[in-house]
Design a protein around this ligand. Sequence first.
Ligand code: FAD
Length: 568
Amino acid sequence: LSKSFQDHPSHLKLILLCTTVTGGGLLAYSDAASSEVPVTEKKKVVVLGTGWAGTSFLKNLNNPRYEVQVVSPRNYFAFTPLLPSVTCGTVEARSIVEPVRNIAKKKEVDVLFSEAECVKIDAENRKIYCRSNMNNNLNGKEEFVVDYDYLIIAVGANVNTFNTPGVVENCHFLKEVEDAQKIRRTVIDCFERANLPNLSEEEKKRILHFAIVGGGPTGVEFAASLHDFVNEDMIRLYPGIKDLVKITLLEAGDHILSMFDKRITAFAEDKFQRDGIDVKTGSMVVKVTDKEISTKELKNGGEIKTIPYGMAVWSTGIGTRPFIKDFMAQIGQASRRALATDEWLRVEGCNNVYALGDCATINQRKVMEDIAAIFKKADKNNSGTLTVKEFQEAMNDICERYPQLELYLKNNQMRGIADLLKEAKGDVKKESIELNIEELKTALSKVDSQMKFLPATAQVASQQGTYLAKCFNRMEECEKNPEGPLRFRGEGRHRFKPFRYKHLGQFAPLGGEQTAAQLPGDWVSIGHSSQWLWYSVYASKQVSWRTRALVVTDWTRRFIFGRDSSRI
Ligand code: FAD
């Protein structure tokens, strides 16, 4: 700071001194530093979204040559992995959000924020059309247009209802902070309603039946949190109705948590059975009314069953936002499910537009090229074939880079490759077997082109945001020195090295202070110790010291006093 102080002209020194004394030092310094670059020389970067991808881009961008405009209907970042904890009051909603203006208060870059949603992208004329989502009357001024030099699309995804009738009208979703708050109120509401004197036993049972649709990580974690809330707090307060409560988890596939290791799936299913959570696998929801859910029993010849319920939460995966669909049609990607990018996160079919996070997917062709390069590297003698051991090493690399691929191979009966993979992951004895690389490549190229090779997780989104910010920080330097240092030049097609995902593992909290952790290298840990790992990781991953302190305080409050059951 003192060095920068000496470097600045006297009027800036005065401002710096005054604002440092009043506690606003960094903010005043920021304006000074970024204003050193004339506005006319600045490139305008528009960022859509303040989720994991957009925020991590913002946090890591530090080149004052950019002028950034962020457009998002949310003026805060939400730490989504803790949303299930908000549904039951284990942590408070405000503890997991950070105002985007706090994050944008950077020292190098000018950042402007507009609370609005983008409704249309015109890539040809480099414009986006936005609409404010505020309810107050803006007399027709709620719509505006923003020009850009670079556009970063990080708008996440919609919930996917698969057009199942009645879902939108009758089910809760768990995607946004408001959803979690609504679920919390509804759970308490169900208990209060079931406690009214004039209801029949049957009606009380219906009201206290909580149905969760989707046995993925979010559905499972919510079921576990709800079970803890009911058993640790609610039955103490509502002793008369405690035996009437039921939690059902409906899953169309054969198992819950199918994206996790088999040991975790088996442990979760056993634990839920012991806890009295009814896990119905092979049950596909086909219709939801205000009081009943209809399911098609896939294991029972497609028999249709109806289940009365009091509250339903729909958590079956993600879909594309409508304005992104329109944009995809505009750039020749109408048949795709997510915006296809290359490995540098550039949207295919237009210039200076990047997409990252849940709304994007890396083009299959590029992934196959990458896989071919990994096979080639594993083939040390250049013989065109791999031993099982070499295949094992190559496949481990591939699956670490594209974790969804392994799951896809297992689930889509790509027997040949899946069996080899299984064999390769196990104890390899058949050293002498040789596998033809061309055949392996052909087999892998049959993978559905719609598959998202990277999982739709916060981990991927935030790594992509960091990667792209680093590219932007160096972009000018690369343009000035096209023949500059090798590290800026990449592999001939682009100036930067392509994005490479680093999988750091995943958690599945199962309730009762037990969590399953699957870490790289197929390392699995389940139980109380993993729960402490979960606490440490999620505390350390908070975006600010403020939210970190709030979250840890909430956990401590819950340990001492339990969860709050007031319906406010
Ligand atoms: P998001 O974080 O969804 O952000 C999208 C942003 O775009 C938002 O700010 C939104 O307001 C904004 N936006 C939307 N529409 C527009 C528009 N028209 N114009 C401008 N802006 C717009 N991942 C993990 O890795 N680990 C976990 O434990 C985990 N748990 C999860 C639990 C829950 C309940 C949920 C819902 C998700 C969880 N995830 C987890 C997944 C993770 O949250 C997502 O993968 C991640 O949020 C994707 O980041 P993103 O930036 O692409 O999208």
